[in-house]
Ligand binder design. Structure first.
Ligand SMILES: O=C(O)c1ccccc1NCC(=O)[C@H](O)[C@H](O)COP(=O)(O)O
Length: 215
């Protein structure tokens, strides 16, 4: 069986980035969203993305970005993948992909079976999908809230290869999540933190090992 693909999102220090790379994560995520405790100014994102170059896929996470921010983020981080975590329509996802020339991963919030109806339209235009728990009404953040969703909603769904599972994962539940959904790619942020925005090197290593330990 091939190895589970692991992304660690919301990295903001050299120490935790290095720990993530040493643990063997496949993707590293940098959040640019000022309301987030994981927000990185673009110049800081540039430094960390450069440090990870050639060692993992560098992902910049943006929320409903305007064209000017997109250009600035691509220039600064030179990302291997752009993660869109807002209310971008399929048309906007396609336009961003065309304008930037970069692969795009679209995050979809899942709370009920109905939320899966949007999936085919996004699968047609995005390079990858990420399924996250839908943010509660009034939440400050559209993701990174440490909430799980009912994984059984995915039973029977036609999910494109490489679809990432996220939302409330940690070293204790990731193997179960993979087994229940049949997916082979996972993303985590809160579950490897001590407090919002503060990643922990031991938790990162435990998560990567746990994701790849499944039978
Ligand atoms: O992490 C944030 O602060 C954030 C802000 C705005 C949009 C998305 C955000 N995070 C998304 C992620 O970190 C992950 O892709 C995913 O949602 C998992 O988060 P978690 O439940 O905390 O593991």
């Amino acid at each position: 069986m091939s190895s589970v693909c692991v992304k660690i999102c919301g990295l903001s220090t050299e120490e935790t980035l290095d720990a993530t790379l040493e643990a063997g994560a496949d993707l590293v995520g940098f959040v640019h969203f000022p309301k987030s405790p994981r927000h990185l100014p673009l110049e800081r994102g540039r430094e960390l993305a450069e440090r990870a170059r050639g060692r993992a896929q560098r992902v910049v996470l943006l929320v409903d970005p305007k064209d000017a921010l997109l250009s600035a983020a691509v220039e600064a981080l030179d990302p291997d993948l752009i993660q869109l975590h807002g209310r971008e329509t399929p048309q906007r996802v396609a336009a961003i992909r065309a304008e930037t020339g970069r692969p795009v991963m679209k995050a979809l919030g899942i709370a009920s079976a109905g939320d899966l109806r949007a999936l085919p339209a996004y699968a047609a235009v995005a390079d990858r999908l990420l399924l996250d728990a839908k943010a509660p009404p009034g939440a400050d953040l559209p993701g990174g809230n440490g909430l799980t969703f009912d994984w059984d909603l995915l039973k029977g769904a036609a999910l494109p290869a490489g679809t990432m599972l996220s939302g409330g994962l940690d070293a204790g539940n990731v193997a179960m999540a993979l087994a229940r959904t049949g997916l082979t790619a996972v993303d985590v942020s809160s579950g490897v933190e001590i407090r919002p925005g503060e990643k922990d090197v031991a938790k990162i290593a435990e998560f990567v090992a746990a994701a790849r330990r499944r039978a």
